[in-house]
Design a protein around this ligand. Structure first.
Ligand code: G3P
Ligand code: CA
Length: 255
């Protein structure tokens, strides 16, 4: 029972976020030092049109400020501390994170960019993501395998827009419903991979082979328990997103 015979690649979910504040440069650098094959980030738009790496609609949970990201300028966000009192950290822009990935010379890694709120802004978020990828020369990879960027969303519309504008860029349609991910949704938007949660995969392990039969890879999130890491490896999942990239690399190497 195998979608992919290689060991899964390990994607650091929001960086090494079990150890350091999520979406900070330090969390991403630690993930790369720990051997992560890829980095995951969420992106949101600021009021003045910059893409920043943040998960929530507001800054309340992860900074010393309050308010909606979409109502703040980049300069206002830069005034906040997204780290700790001992180790302050600035908000990270998507451009800064792409720079880290491309400058990491010891091995090629990929950036998995998840767009949030695609409905509210129409195509604006996807267009801005694509503009950033073009600016760094990574929007038109030679093949999905060679791509340095992957774009992901729970919104099929967002995946369809990316496919239409950048047909060579790999995409992951995220979801929690096995019926949705195992059905025609990924085909209709041309997604190159499906992205079930680990809970969905536990209940529906056949999703991996179904995806493989349709020529699609599987990206599973967020895989933190050792038993789930082993399950993903057995099933042939291509990419696993985890808050513990170093520990997960170790588990896979020992398997
Ligand atoms: O990698 C996909 C996963 O991050 C989706 O869930 O809420 O952590 O963005 P969330
Ligand atoms: Ca995410």
């Amino acid at each position: 029972m195998s979608g992919d015979n290689r060991a899964p690649f390990v994607v650091a979910h929001r960086g090494a976020s079990a150890l350091l504040p999520e979406h900070t440069l330090a969390a991403y650098e630690l993930a790369l030092e720990a051997g992560a094959d890829g980095l995951e980030c969420d992106v949101r738009l600021t009021r003045d049109g910059y893409l920043v790496c943040l998960h929530d609609r507001t800054v309340d949970r992860m900074s010393n400020g309050t308010g909606l990201v979409s109502e703040m300028t980049l300069d206002e966000l830069r005034d906040l501390n997204f780290g700790t009192a001992d180790r302050p950290a600035s908000v990270l822009t998507l451009g800064e994170l792409i720079t880290l990935v491309l400058d990491w010379r010891s091995r090629p890694t990929k950036l998995f960019i998840e767009t949030k709120h695609p409905v509210r802004y129409g195509a604006l978020v996807e267009n801005k993501v694509l503009a950033e990828l073009h600016r760094f020369g990574i929007a038109t990879p030679a093949s999905a395998d060679h791509s340095r960027a992957v774009v992901m969303s729970f919104a099929a519309t967002a995946m369809w827009r990316i496919r239409r504008s950048a047909p060579l860029l790999p995409t992951v349609l995220l979801g929690e419903s096995s019926r949705y991910l195992g059905g025609s949704a990924a085909t209709s938007v041309g997604a190159t991979a499906v992205g079930p949660s680990v809970r969905t995969l536990r209940d529906h392990p056949d999703l991996v082979d179904k995806a493989a039969a349709a020529g699609r890879a599987t990206y599973c999130w967020t895989v933190n328990e050792p038993a789930d890491v082993r399950l993903c490896a057995e099933l042939g999942v291509s990419w696993i997103a985890t808050d513990h990239p170093g520990r997960t690399k170790g588990l896979l190497a020992a398997a």
